[in-house]
Design a protein around this ligand. Structure first.
Ligand code: 5AD
Length: 352
């Protein structure tokens, strides 16, 4: 059977078939691919789009990833760190707006020790027992992840970035290893988190074979969430002059991911919305079903600059949710503010 039909029917492809499919995609095939991904999503989640409030609470980072604008060696970055009280306040603002998932994202900031992080999670867990807490704060030991989970965190986002060892080493300094990242993802999964993996599309040195490995890794690892966005250059990084990823390739990856993992929670990412003002709608029409409006304090948003021109106002901003909702409805979707757990999620008793 032709690869695309096989992918649609069986949610599976071999490495060779995946490679052939990606290289052969043309406008007609893309229409079929995106349509099939959207229909599969509709059959499972309907037209609901899950809304998450994203709080970027610190841009201090001990890592030096070559692509990232908040890398340690970017001396030009204006660093900020929200206090626990300020984070709680943003959760309150978000809860008032209706959000029932808070995504707490930061660089790998050493001020945030295990004790401080655990105290924050407990406070949010107690104040908002009806809300999901998602962490996106990088690589930690299994013991640390377990503490976060026990304190009441539900989900963890940790993109694998690329599933190819050599490619990983070209995007990261030598003190970072793909094996560590994979171990962290495994630990999170085993502890019981809903786990998000993901990768950038069009990152420097990326080949079609790399993308194939990313997709096959996702199929095998079976994460609950997958973040896929285009690489976008940041002027104060070694990749300042590298070309951005394309909308088309990013949508290809979103749609194939939906077909490989029918039940996955798949965001229309900010990076895609930055690259193209209609990027979010395109992603939804290619099988995505999550949006993450920015709930950081307005004065800090410009400083969480992982790439140039990152959008944080207008429909990207939580406070403009009416405009975003109108846009989603116009595109035929229904904004959903509930926790929006993965279909396999089982309720926990946080206070046991
Ligand atoms: N372009 C696109 N995405 C980026 N990220 C970091 N830097 C960039 C960039 N320049 C992504 C990484 C990271 C996530 C939080 O943001 O995939 O995991």
């Amino acid at each position: 059977m032709f690869e695309l039909d096989k992918l649609i029917a069986e949610h599976n492809l071999t490495q060779q078939e995946m490679h052939t499919l990606i290289e052969r995609l043309d406008d007609g095939m893309r229409k079929t691919l995106y349509g099939a991904a959207g229909e599969l999503r509709d059959g499972i989640y309907g037209r609901r789009v899950f809304m998450r409030g994203l709080i970027e609470f610190s841009n201090y980072c001990k890592n030096d990833c070559l692509y990232c604008g908040i890398r340690r060696s970017n001396q030009g970055a204006h660093r900020y760190r929200l206090s626990p009280e300020a984070i709680l306040e943003q959760c309150s603002v978000g809860h008032e707006m209706g959000f029932r998932t808070f995504v707490l994202q930061s660089g790998e900031d050493e001020w945030w020790t295990d004790d401080r992080t655990v105290a924050l999670i407990r406070t949010i867990r107690t104040a908002f027992p009806d809300s999901a807490i998602t962490l996106s704060i990088g690589e930690k030991s299994r013991e640390t992840y377990q503490k976060y989970y026990d304190a009441g965190a539900d989900r963890y986002l940790l993109r694998h970035e690329t599933a190819d060892d050599c490619h990983y080493n070209r995007l990261h300094p030598s003190d970072m290893r793909l094996a560590d990242r994979m171990q962290a993802l495994t630990d999170l999964h085993e502890i019981g988190f809903q786990v998000g993996a993901g990768f950038m599309v069009g990152s420097p040195f990326q080949t079609t074979e790399n993308l194939v490995l990313d997709l096959l890794f996702l199929k095998k690892f079976n994460p609950h969430m997958v973040g896929i966005g285009p690489f976008l250059p940041h002027s104060e990084t070694p990749f300042a002059h590298e070309p951005a990823g394309t909308v088309e390739r990013t949508l290809d990856m979103v749609a194939i991911t939906r077909l490989l993992l029918p039940e996955v929670l798949l965001p229309a990412t900010t990076a895609l919305g930055t690259l193209d003002s209609e990027g979010r709608e395109y992603a939804l029409n290619a099988g995505a079903n999550v949006v993450m409006p920015n709930l950081s304090p307005q004065e800090n948003r410009k400083d969480y600059a992982i790439y140039d021109n990152k959008i944080s106002t207008g429909e990207e901003a939580a406070e403009s949710r009416a405009a975003l909702e109108a846009r989603l409805k116009r595109a035929g979707y229904i904004p959903e503010y509930g926790r929006g757990d993965h279909t396999t999620w089982q309720e926990r008793n946080y206070f046991a």
